[in-house]
Design a protein around this ligand. Structure first.
Ligand SMILES: [Zn+2]
Length: 379
């Protein structure tokens, strides 16, 4: 008797056809790197998992959340015929360029999330992971923060149509504003976002007072963290709020946005987590997600993204994997100039300087500059 597949990994080689453009922080290569690392660990040929080819979402599916006029403008801009009111829709900015293919890319990454939804909601699998999803900033008629089509919100709309109650948990460094405000007035969707405070980071929302409106009061939850917050702080906050609320709400399905831009070396944010802390959050999410649609999200240091999401995928499959990166993958990593050789970072890195070390360092740098440069200026 063959074992029934329990998990699904949604992926397509077609992801690599798309590019936000040179200099854009969101690098689509991170998805191929994650696929390669999961594969190198043998995590894509487990008897209990299926590797599913991503499909395109249809426009009809996307308008469950997005306004048709927004899609019309986005499609026209993508074809090189940008209407004059492009900016009203958040399009054509440096964050959301209308590089050719962005429309097709958005339909593909959303289609992958809809596949994850269909597999999980039917009970075919307990958990499906779309690493290309989690584009949580897009609003119904506005692109924002590298997100054009909000796949999480589209999926939740479809789940609501099926009569499901949905919990959405967002652990990206940025507030999950597009999803939160998309479901701000309903008690059928519980949104929880833990993120760097809007005082220091885009999109500037996600304060504790944002708790929903009308019937939705109490069904939007936000935990902003100070810049510099680390694994221990994040995990403590998570434990105080997420398990009790998810247990009380008792959703039919949980959608998680697993952004990894909380990492201490992420170039766009100021939190201080490690891959070890990220994996621990995912491990604590697992028993709370009986039916689990897992989506990707932010992550702008390519050294962290594949390691973090491979750890997450191993947890989703109840697998322990060795910390040392497989030899074949190490070659890829080193070619890209990355130095990490292990999945899990040291949560107490020796290279985190004390204040005293930082002062000693800066004094030395200033002294050397004075010695090297000042004489050239007669000083
Ligand atoms: Zn983010």
């Amino acid at each position: 008797m063959t074992e029934v597949p329990r998990t699904a990994f949604i992926y397509s080689e077609r992801y690599q056809h798309f590019d936000y453009g040179p200099g854009h922080p969101l690098r689509i290569e991170r998805l191929a790197l994650t696929h390669e690392l999961c594969s190198a660990y043998g995590l894509l040929d487990l008897p209990t998992t299926r590797l599913i080819e991503a499909r395109d979402a249809t426009e009809d599916e996307v308008v469950a959340f997005h306004r048709p006029d927004y899609l019309d403008v986005f499609r026209a801009a993508d074809r090189g015929q940008p209407p004059p009111n492009l900016w009203d829709y958040g399009l054509g900015t440096s964050d959301n360029p209308t590089s050719p293919g962005m429309y097709a890319w958005s339909l593909l990454s959303t289609g992958a999330s809809l596949q994850a939804m269909a597999l999980v909601d039917s009970g075919e699998v307990g958990c499906a992971f779309n690493i290309a999803g989690g584009l949580h900033h897009a609003a119904a008629a506005r692109a924002a923060g590298f997100c054009y089509v909000n796949d999480a919100a589209v999926v939740i709309k479809h789940l609501l149509r099926r009569g499901r109650r949905v919990a959405y948990v967002d652990i990206d460094a940025h507030h999950g504003d597009g999803v939160q405000f998309g479901f701000y007035e309903t008690d059928q969707v519980l949104t929880i976002s833990i993120h760097e405070s809007g005082e220091t980071l885009f999109p500037g929302t996600g304060f504790v007072e944002e708790i929903g409106r009308g019937r939705g009061i109490g069904y939007a939850v936000n935990l902003p963290l100070l810049a510099g917050s680390d694994d221990a702080i994040f995990l403590w906050a998570f434990d105080q709020v997420v398990p009790p609320l998810l247990t009380a709400f008792n959703p039919d399905v949980v959608v998680t946005q697993l952004g990894v831009d909380t990492h201490r070396t992420d170039p766009l944010t100021n939190l201080a987590m490690t891959t070890t802390g990220f994996a621990e959050v995912v491990r604590r999410l697992q028993p709370l997600c009986r039916r689990w649609i897992a989506l990707g999200g932010g992550g702008y240091n390519l050294e962290n993204v594949p390691r973090s999401w491979t750890l997450a995928w191993a947890i989703m499959n109840h697998r322990e994997i060795p910390d040392d990166l497989p030899e074949s993958f190490l070659t890829t990593f080193q070619r890209l100039g990355f130095r990490a050789t292990r999945l899990r970072d040291d949560p107490n890195p020796a290279d985190a300087p004390t204040r005293e070390q930082a002062w000693r360092f800066v004094r030395e740098q200033v002294y050397r500059t004075q010695r090297l440069v000042f004489p050239h200026h007669g000083l």
